[in-house]
Design a protein around this ligand. Structure first.
Ligand SMILES: Cc1ncc(COP(=O)(O)O)c(C=O)c1O
Length: 421
């Protein structure tokens, strides 16, 4: 994995060139688009400069290419890897393509150009998009009818897959996981798939987590594949790397959950989690050509048609992802991930010494502590996240991010220690 780090001056220069490559709402004759630049009269002329004065804001905000792109307001509607796109914004669309190339080729192991994708509003849309693509593919290649496509995933899977099933008429089948290892057992997977077959399911979309929401656990894809094969079910696999996609591959470079594995059809990543991008920066990736399954040909007024759930989306989000990737370079981002994992190691050694029970995947920066070890008042004060809000929590989760200082972890450990001595 390698992509080059660029100096901030170079990043600014490249974004300025990209913006210049777009249509300019201030100076060009743009009579047909429903969008415009953000107007100082609506947003206050000094509103933006206030942002650059926030003391903890990244120096990336100086002379600010991202804010400038927000103000110029390019619309990245469509899929720029698959088709010619809207004529007004080729400059920033090219930066989106470059960000996607880094994600697909360098991080997720796709051969050069052998993927399609887009920067979506988030992990939820990317997962729904994946299910949409794969459902249509199964319909076309296996004549699957409504009710015959199952969606199989571990019971720790994010709720967006339940949304996808509901929206797309897929039959959802959660596979129970072990309470301690968070793994799907072979027997549980076989029993779940057998139940799906009894219900009339003839083909399946399998979801494999690269980092579950509550636990950061990594699914074993072989367990699902064995269950599908035993029942002779045609299947496609989607990897949900919304949380883990920007950390797991950097800590464990050799793994079976990316495009190096021919079984993987599509991948979700989220730049607004571990990459620290602004919200609205999910990433959807799939093998080249699969996105044609969801080309909305009726989008006749959009140059290059539309292939996405969302339609219009901000080009500023794509620019932010590109800037963050280029500001870190592969080496910078890998170092950051390693540091977070080492800090999580130290935190877990302290929990071990106190005899506190928890789940943690060794390559991740996330720890789920069994609720009985955490005083509820402590959980509230430190804004830990429970596995459920509508019932007594069984787990509280901690994610060791850059803003989570060691001193804070130390205070938390002290309080947990007081409860458990
Ligand atoms: C594993 C996983 N998938 C999907 C999502 C949904 O992401 P978003 O909230 O960006 O839609 C999340 C969010 O936490 C997640 O952890």
């Amino acid at each position: 994995m390698y992509w080059e780090r660029l100096s901030r001056e170079e990043i600014r220069r490249r974004v300025a060139i990209a913006i210049d490559g777009n249509v300019n709402y201030h100076t060009d004759a743009v009579l047909g688009f429903p969008g415009t630049h953000l107007d100082a009269e609506d947003y206050y002329a000094d509103g933006c400069s206030v942002l650059t004065r926030i003391p903890w804001a990244s120096p990336l905000l100086d002379d600010e290419p991202f804010l400038r792109t927000i103000i110029e307001n390019p619309n990245h509607i469509g899929c720029h890897t698959a088709a010619e796109s809207e004529v007004g914004f080729p400059g920033t669309q090219a930066l989106e393509r470059e960000a996607l190339a880094i994600c697909a080729e360098e991080i997720m192991g796709a051969p050069a150009g052998a993927y399609d994708g887009y920067i979506s509003p988030g992990g939820t849309e990317s997962n729904i998009q994946a299910c949409w693509v794969l459902r249509n593919l199964l319909r076309r290649t296996h004549a699957a009818r409504p009710g015959e496509v199952g969606l199989v995933f571990s019971s720790d899977t994010h709720y967006s897959l339940w949304k996808a099933a509901d929206l797309l008429g897929l039959r959802p089948y959660p596979v129970p996981v072990s309470d301690t290892t968070r793994e799907m057992g072979a027997d549980a997977a076989h029993a779940t798939v057998a139940a799906a077959v009894r219900d009339g399911v003839r083909c399946v979309i399998g979801v494999v987590n690269m980092g579950t929401t509550m636990f950061g656990s990594i699914d074993d894809l072989d367990v699902l594949v064995a269950a599908f094969e035993e029942h002779n079910l045609p299947f496609y696999l989607h990897v949900d790397g919304a949380f883990g996609g920007f950390i797991y591959p950097f800590v464990v470079p050799d793994h079976p959950l990316d495009f190096r594995n021919p079984l993987i059809a599509s991948i979700t990543m989220d730049a607004h989690k571990m990459l620290k991008a602004p919200y609205g920066t999910g990433i959807f990736l799939c093998r080249k050509g699969l996105i044609d399954e969801v080309c909305t040909t009726q989008a006749s007024y959009v140059h290059g048609k539309d292939y996405t759930v969302c339609g219009s989306r901000s080009g500023a989000n794509a620019v932010a992802v590109w800037m963050l990737l280029r500001d870190a370079g592969s080496e910078g981002h890998t170092d950051r991930c390693r540091r977070l994992v080492e800090r999580t190691d130290r935190f877990c050694s302290r929990l071990d010494a106190m005899g506190v029970a928890y789940y943690r995947h060794p390559a991740m920066n996330q720890v789920a502590i069994r609720a009985e070890y955490v005083p509820p008042e402590t959980a509230r004060r430190f804004l830990l996240v429970p596995d459920r809000h509508d019932d007594t929590p069984r787990w509280w989760k901690i994610i060791v991010m850059d803003h989570v200082r060691d001193a804070l972890l130390e205070y938390l450990l002290e309080e947990i220690g007081e409860q458990n001595t």
